[in-house]
Every structure is written in structure tokens, then in C-alpha cells.
Design a protein around this ligand. Structure first.
Ligand SMILES: [Zn+2]
Length: 483
């Protein structure tokens, strides 16, 4: 293989990183990258475990003087998000990424780079390969399919591990150490749909132009939720006129704040002007309410044709609108421990209606388990109270903030010596594999960090080369201190 990055430092880190980018390794396509790690271990006589899901664990003894130290876990995920520009002919199943170095920036030609989280794998391999870095016994965990729901972390058996400390290297801002993350689950509410024939004018209403965003990281930005706005509009409409829902749509991912929603109604044509005024008034109100945080919201009303339509009737429609208006959404509470951190929230990301039922799906998150349970119970109770069914899936544990952490103290001391100021300790309102792993290895002391990356999960993904080197120096110093 011809190396493009051979003049970058740290040399071994970039060599392994480049080898990783040469192997296709999107989520659900991890056999090849997993085997690469296994071969790496075999060639160096390191003990390893590869499971059926392609997760890999590699073990290395402590260096001289560290033989009896508490084991340290290094962790990252093997899979990457595969995104490319519309003009790219890259084939993620077969092609190596084409790397581009431009000053301090490392990118891939019109595709994601997989710095998230290939850089963690490269760091860990460089440490495993070294004979001049001092470290305690190492247990290196490479998980698969983090990007599609942390499936590898979920399924991996970690019962044989002895690690007391864990360095997760899946964060993307140098100078910040994460110390907690949210747990979560998906709550789904299903309401029976009862249709009858209704004659009248069909009208289509669309709510568009919202910013949307990630339901964890961006829930605190004051953005509107298109599904909640639709509920509000429907309530305003049925207060004024008779209207029946023919069809309706909202977002399709529980963890994305929905940007669009819409409904088709059948109404008496003489009510068209009243309906039109209701839409205009809400749009005006929203332009004030969201004038700073989400200012391009549009409500568009289109006149369709007169005819006979199957539409929701009676309590079936009323209950749906009731749930849309009254089920909670957005931030429920802020953390008392960490300033600015959302502790508990939910997002009505999914809304659909078919011939049998309406479906509403929420992503619920909290860094406090009991608060997560209380919130899901609130959704369930309200749903069941009106006769809807409730179920949940994808429950994952939080990584709770530890008020005492030796690892965090060591990291801060090392950071301070290297950078001249304290590291920032933060927490995120989204899931990390740390939560799942913390649930599997008793009393594990964890931090999460990584070098600067921009625009991850997009074809503009960029890794800072100089940041990789500084974080490398940080990691090897932390390992040295964990005696
Ligand atoms: Zn990642």
C-alpha cells in the first residue's frame, strides 16, 4: 500500500488511520475492519477476542513497573457513517477513501472521512504496537455499529475485563472531557383510527421551513417541532369549523426534531376562508414566538377538489388532536450538577397515520434514570388514559456523573501541564457507548475525549492534524500517570 500520510506526525497513528480508511467499514459492514484488527493482534502475539457481531477486544500486558497496576480500557467504535456528495462516484462497499491533506485539515474526497471514530482505533493500535510508551495492562475494546444504535456495545460480553479506568475516544472537541451522558428510549403511542365517508372540499396544509436538528444535542436551541405545531393548528381549526382528517404526516425518526408536517382535511367549502385565516394567524404568531430561534416557519394551504373522502371521525380524531396538543415535548429539566446541561427531555419525532392507526414516536432522554422512568410513565399514562396503546424500545442506560473521579483528576492534571489551563469538563444530552459499557463493567471510572473534528457524518468531515498530535501526547501522558 502506498501511504499518503507518511509525513504526518504522530507517524504510527496516521499510518494506522490510513490503513483503516483503505478498508470499507460502514455500519453493518464491519467484518473486514474487524479482521484487520484481529490480524494486527495476531501479528504481534497479543491476546484477542472477536465475537459474532465483529466486536474485538485486544489485551496487552502492563509495561515494566506497571505490571500490577489497575487495567486501563481504551475504547472506540469500528464503524463509520457513509455519506457522499451527489456528484461523488465513491462506492462505500468496495472503495478505499481518497484522503486529502490541506494545511492542518485531513478530509476525504467528497465523502465522510471516518475520523469518527477511526482516529480512536488508530490511537489504540499505535499504543498496542509501541514498545516505548509506559502503560498499565491494556484492554482495548473496538465496538461495531455505534452509529446505528450502539449495537456492538449492546451485544458485547465484557465480563472478562478487569479494567478500572476507561478512555473513550469518540468525542470531537479538543480541550473538553466528557464526564456523563444521557440514557434514553423510544416511546411509541398507537391510536386506533376510525374512518367514515365525508363529503366536502379537500384542503392540504403543509408546515415547512423549520430548522429541525438532533433531538439530544439541539433540543435546547428553542426550535419548533413540526408535529407539535400541527397539533396546535388542528386544535385551532376544530375550534372554529367542522373539519375531518383524511391523512396526515410528520417526521419519521424519533431522534430528529421534525422539520415538516402536514395534513389533508375535508371541510365544507363555505368554511375555506375561516380555515385560511386560522392558518395565517398561527403563522403570524409563530413568526413572533420563533422570531429568533426558528424564523422561516411557513404554513401553506392548498385548495384541492370537492368529493367524497374517507376521513377520521368522532373521538378517534379528537383523541389524536388531544394527544398531539397535550403529550409533553422538549426540555423537561436542566441538570443541577452541570450548568447548561439538559437533564431530561423528549422529542415527538414520528407522526404518521394509516388506515388502521395513528402513530406518535418519542425519543426520551435523561442523565438521571428515575427521571427517564417518570417521564415515560407520563407519556404512557396519558396515552392509555385515552385508550391508545403504548410500547417502548431501544432502552439504553445513562452514564451518570461521578462526583469523585481519579481518572478525571489525572486527565485534568496532565492537561493543565500540557496546555497551561484547566480542561473543560462537560456532559452531553445524547447517548454514548460509555453508558452501556458503564452498565457492564462494575465501578468503571470513565472519560471521553478526542481530537478536533468538524462536520462529522457529512462529506465535509474534517480532522485537525495538529490536534491529533496534541491529543496523542495527552493520551500517552495520561497512561503514564495511571500507575
Ligand atoms: Zn462516533
Amino acid at each position: 500500500m502506498e501511504y499518503k500520510l507518511s509525513n504526518l506526525k504522530p507517524e504510527k497513528v496516521f499510518r494506522y488511520f490510513e490503513e483503516i480508511t483503505a478498508i470499507p467499514h460502514g455500519s453493518r459492514d464491519t467484518k473486514r475492519i474487524s479482521d484487520y484488527c484481529v490480524n494486527f493482534a495476531k501479528e504481534r502475539g497479543l491476546r484477542y477476542i472477536q465475537d459474532a457481531a465483529n466486536n474485538v477486544i485486544i489485551f496487552k500486558d502492563g509495561t515494566k513497573g506497571y505490571e500490577q497496576s489497575d487495567a486501563v480500557i481504551l475504547q472506540g467504535h469500528l464503524d463509520m457513517v457513509c455519506e457522499k456528495t451527489s456528484d461523488s462516484e465513491h462506492n462505500f462497499d468496495t472503495d478505499s477513501l481518497t484522503l486529502i491533506v490541506d494545511g492542518d485539515n485531513l478530509t476525504a474526497d467528497r465523502t465522510t472521512l471516518g475520523g469518527d471514530d477511526g482516529i480512536a482505533v488508530a490511537y489504540a493500535l499505535a499504543i498496542l504496537d509501541s514498545d516505548d510508551i509506559e502503560h498499565a495492562p491494556l484492554e482495548v475494546i473496538f465496538t461495531v455499529d455505534e452509529e446505528i444504535g450502539m449495537l456492538g456495545a449492546d451485544s458485547i460480553d465484557l465480563s472478562m475485563l478487569k479494567g478500572k479506568y476507561m478512555l473513550n475516544m469518540d468525542s470531537d472537541e479538543e480541550g473538553i472531557i466528557l464526564a456523563s451522558c444521557a440514557g434514553g428510549l423510544t416511546s411509541t403511542v398507537e391510536l386506533d383510527a376510525k374512518y367514515a365517508k365525508k363529503t366536502g372540499l379537500k384542503v392540504d396544509i403543509a408546515i415547512t421551513g423549520l430548522l429541525g436538528g438532533h433531538s439530544g444535542a439541539e433540543i435546547n436551541k428553542g426550535r419548533a417541532n413540526a408535529n407539535c405545531l400541527l397539533g396546535r393548528l388542528l386544535f385551532n381549526i376544530i375550534e372554529e369549523i367542522d373539519a375531518n382528517i383524511i391523512s396526515l404526516y410528520g417526521g419519521s425518526k424519533d431522534n430528529a426534531i421534525p422539520r415538516e408536517s402536514g395534513v389533508s382535511l375535508v371541510i365544507d367549502s363555505s368554511d375555506y376562508d375561516v380555515l385560511s385565516t386560522a392558518c395565517d394567524e398561527l403563522q403570524k404568531a409563530l413568526s413572533v414566538e420563533y422570531g429568533v430561534t426558528d424564523k422561516n416557519i411557513k404554513i401553506t394551504l392548498t385548495r384541492d377538489t370537492e368529493g367524497e373522502y374517507n376521513a377520521l371521525v368522532g373521538t378517534s380524531q379528537l383523541k389524536l388532536i388531544f394527544l398531539l396538543v397535550n403529550l409533553p415535548n422538549g426540555i423537561m429539566s436542566m441538570s443541577p450538577d452541570i450548568e447548561g446541561l439538559v437533564e431530561t427531555s423528549l422529542n415527538l419525532g414520528i407522526l404518521s397515520l394509516d388506515e388502521h392507526k395513528a402513530v406518535m414516536g418519542f425519543a426520551i432522554r435523561s442523565s438521571v434514570n428515575s427521571a427517564k422512568i417518570a417521564l415515560k410513565n407520563r407519556v404512557r399514562f396519558m396515552a392509555e388514559f385515552v385508550g391508545a396503546s403504548y410500547h417502548e424500545s431501544g432502552d439504553y442506560p445513562e452514564w451518570a456523573y461521578k462526583r469523585e473521579s481519579r481518572l478525571r483528576d489525572v486527565c485534568n492534571d496532565v492537561f493543565k501541564k500540557q496546555y497551561g489551563h484547566d480542561v473543560k469538563i462537560e456532559a452531553i444530552h445524547a447517548g454514548l457507548e460509555c453508558g452501556i459499557i458503564a452498565g457492564k463493567v462494575k465501578d468503571l471510572d470513565i472519560v471521553s475525549f478526542g481530537p478536533d473534528m468538524k462536520d462529522i457524518h457529512t462529506p465535509n468531515e474534517t480532522l485537525s492534524i495538529s490536534s491529533v498530535e496534541r491529543v496523542w501526547n495527552f493520551v500517552i501522558q495520561v497512561l503514564k500517570e495511571l500507575k
